[in-house]
Design a protein. Sequence first.
Lengths: 518, 489
Amino acid sequence: MDQHLLSIVLFAPLASLAVLLLIPSSNKTLIKVWANLSSFAAFMISLPLAARFDKSAPGFQMVERVDWIPSLGVKYLIGIDGISLLLVMLTTVMGFLAILSSWKAIDDRVKEYYAMFLLLQTGMIGVFISLDFFLFYVFWELVLVPMYFIIGVWGGPRKLYAAIKFFLYTLAGSVLMLLGILTLYYRYHSQFGTYTFEIAELMKLDLPLGLQQWVFWAFFIGFAIKVPMFPFHTWLPDAHVEAPTAGSVILAAVLLKMGTYGFIRFSLPLVPKASVNVTIVQVLAVLSIIGIIYGALVSLMQQDWKKLIAYSSVSHLGFCTLGIFSMNPNGIAGSVIQQINHGISTGMLFLIIGVVYERRHTREISEYGGLAHVMPKFAIVFAIAMLSSAGLPLLNGFVGEFTILQGAFEANRAWAAFAVAGVILGAAYLLWLYQRTMLGQITKSANLHLPDLSLREMAVFLPLIAWAIWIGVYPKPYFDLLEKPVAQIVERVRPGYYQGGAAINAGAAQPSSTAGAQ
Amino acid sequence: MSQFYTLTDHFVLLPAIMLALFGCAILLFDFWPRPDPRQRRGLLFFVVAGLAFAGFGLWRQQAFLNANGLTEITAFQGSLTIDRFALFFNWIFEIASLIVAIVSYAYLEIEGEHHGEYYALMLFAQCGMFFLAAGTDLVTLFIGLELMALCFYVMVGFLRGAKRSNEAALKYLLLGAFSSGFLVYGFSIMYGLAGSTKLSDIAIAIAARDPWDPMVFLAMATTAVGLLFKISAAPFHMWAPDAYEGAPTTVTAYLSVASKAASIAFLLRIFMGPLASARESWEPLLSVVAILTMTVGNLAAVTQTNLKRLLAYSSISHAGYMLLGLIAGNETGIKGIEVYILVYAFMNLGAFIVIVALRRKNIIGEDIDDLAGLMQKSPGYAVLMLIFLLSLAGIPPTAGFLGKYYIFLALIETHHYFLAVIGTLYVAVAIYYYFRIVRSMFVGQLVEQAPLTTSFGVRLALGVAGVMTLAIGIYPEPFLRMAQGSILR
């Protein structure tokens, strides 16, 4: 039982899916009750992961290893480190809250809806805990199908367009990534004579810089589309706007993190020389900064509440990738924290849109105004979510952005300067959104008698608010969790970083000397 | 037994003899006056018995190879070779024939063209395939090819009353005869080069020459035209959409799986045998053909509204992927083709069986719109179809991914990066058209209320195809081992 805890967490949603299929689809209440209970149970099962995790130990923990396809060297190999742990916890929390938030919103084809969510849940957890590249790829692709259906069946007016766009973009990226994976796999075989997809083994490869660069770009396509980085972000606004609320929440909170996680877990350690290559780092940093500023500027211009939040995701994820490619402990740790923060705060913002959409069935910002008068509890929740997303101190967003900026500053001051502009713009579009929807007088008569948050809705928001405040006030446990894995990654891409101290700290923009010396 | 027909010859030939005998038996049985249509069930019994006896022969051969640690048994002075490669393909023919025969029983009733010849032709066609997979002599191979093709010409036109079935058959026949002409021309040059019809002799003769020798090139090019026609590679694919659309759906399924598998086996025998040393000259040619095939297949499929036509184009693109395996040509590539054809057999048969189930009395059921709302009407069929389509597109954890996996790996191992990138990008295109079907099934509004045709046979066949498509994807180890053991050496 104990040694299979991770597998249990992974397959719990799949098991509850199997039970769900046995419930007749006419019995909607039972289906909803079962889906909520089982996803809550899945969350509860994942708690011991955090409790038993030993943050002082380096490397992966709770590792399970079984041969799966021996003739290909494929193993069922799973394990977690601090980074994976945080993302798995994010997944189980958001998975439960997304299902809870759908109680009233989804009344059509309920059984299929929850079935897709449970399948999605297993896929997402699998992505974050796989230590075998083949297994990772299987989960990575497994996520696409349920998300396609969630957008395509229960989405808005242009749902089919958005769903297939999401599918095609991600798939095109991931098949190219597959070529990168196969290249490593083949090179490992020619160097060591055995076939394996194990990440730890593939890290032993010593490849020439040129090849590493090709592999890096292959991975980049796959991950950058998922994040999404500018200029691959165009699928995101469509998918977000058309997806049902819970779909948007999961998409923003967890699915996008698969891309950033991919960079941290695979790109950096597997092709370290390419990852610190000066051209690549600069290109990636510039794309991140463009993403930050462009996403924020486009958000400022939006008339659609949901689209605004969707573009803000582009901006926030820009921070995450900028942190990663600062290539120092602050940047990477900040990036992971910011991924969690983005999951919490943007998840909340999408849930907030879901609340008003359920009441008014419109997302035009101009349709609202003065909601604070009729929905005071809602106004408070929205205020907290908005401020946490904008990076107000004592809330979670601040911790992440600040640490990333620290990292970026250490790498290159210009990056930090541009990124700070993104913070300011972020505050601008969020505050302006709040002002336009919540403050002032009620301008539309339809808004006069909107009911405030129900108990169920409060139950969705409260854990997230609590989490946001926890990270904002006392982030130390999170940084402790990340310290070891981040140090390992930094040591891997920039050997001697910790010994060299300030001398090499001069910047990731000039690491070619360290890379070239090898 | 004279020395012209030894015991070994008999042993090797046994599966083909069984197939031919039972085919003839069906023809005789069909003469029996039958007052009651239910007696047609006897036809199916003959087919299953024929396949069982042929399977027994194959099983004995396999056991013989294993018991004596042999790699091959040759017969008729080297014109037939039973190696594990031949056996692997013959097992695929067996599976395909069995599944198609079971489904045909319900289908032909609905079409109102239930005749004994159909099953006899199936067995004769499989007999031809046996020679295609096991033949190592130009004459044997050619006779096998013609035996198979002639049966298919008739089967494609089996719906005598239907105009498009007739048109399809005629088109297939004319173009097929034309391509056979090319093939024979290539064969005659090969014979001229070697003075022998044995593949091994020809291999020696061609290896002694320069790969760019004009005669070698001419032999290669004309043979390639004939072979590429059979696997429906562009630019020789024109017949496929029409033949697939016009033929009875069960025949389309059989044609797309068994005939393609046999032709691939034939292609491998020729290109990895006599023409192996001329790789330098055919590799660029086939690369262009493969790219063209994937392009034509995938792009043309995007606009199709008829399911059978769409699957025809998708099957063209699959031929392109299999060609990529041959272009890579290393062990992984050949193994990849074998895995590909194995999973292709199950997933493609599955998809066609769903179309068979859509055919009801007075309802053609071949358009994408005919699937609209299938999820509400028969969720089991919709989910199975989803699995087949995901597998056809190559999304893990379905079986189709493994086929593509090997092909891409082989291309990377042999440094064909450009082809690999083209091949992967077309996966995204393929998803687009496969998901037009998915969209119709899961999002489309239910229009046609009539329930699907669900005989026991259809369900059984569909279940087998679905289970295998998932099983090979989730636990491929035994199947990969099997393919590993059956590489053409």
